[in-house]
Design a protein around this ligand. Structure first.
Ligand code: ZN
Length: 169
């Protein structure tokens, strides 16, 4: 079978910034509920947070994380594990309503060498997929265009959440 990669050139800014020492963006976002729209936070629950990935592999790429700054599942409580799993379900539901993907990749990376960009604070990636999306060459790598579409997507997902009472935990 031929192996195809998604093409996401805007991620170069993220990759180039990996070695800069910066505050954990998940903890930062969790501590600032007043900035939820600016930080692209979709949902916050008693112990978890759901954020739109600012450097998406595909349209609608969400990150689900525990509020606590922990590196792996070993340190997660039963309550956190349960909420995280339910939020995977609810995220798929919201994305299906908002942008109708044909499928999803759901996954986790543990450790920098496994591709984790933020290895100290584990998170689950939800990446919507469409038939033929690996063949689509993205040409709009201008940051403003992407920020705009992320803001619009956040609004759409919030609207769907309101209409359908999501997330149901
Ligand atoms: Zn953190």
């Amino acid at each position: 079978m031929e192996y195809k990669n998604l093409w996401a050139p805007w991620r170069i800014k993220y990759i180039q910034g990996l070695n800069e020492t910066t505050e954990c963006f998940i903890c930062h976002n969790f501590s600032k509920p007043q900035d939820d729209d600016k930080n692209l936070v979709l949902w916050r629950t008693s112990c978890c947070i759901v954020i739109l990935n600012r450097f998406p592999y595909n349209n609608g790429h969400l990150l689900i994380a525990p509020a606590r700054h922990i590196p792996d599942l070993d340190q997660a409580s039963d309550e956190e594990l349960l909420q995280l799993t339910k939020l995977v379900r609810e995220s798929q539901k919201a994305l299906s309503l908002a942008i109708k993907p044909h499928g999803f990749n759901v996954g986790m990376n543990f450790g920098r060498f496994a591709g984790a960009g933020l290895p100290d604070h584990f998170h689950i990636h939800i990446v919507p997929r469409w038939d033929g999306d690996t063949n689509f060459m993205h040409v709009c790598s201008d940051t403003d265009v992407i920020s705009q579409s992320l803001t619009e997507l956040l609004e759409l997902l919030k609207q769907m959440s309101k209409e359908h009472n999501l997330p149901r935990l």
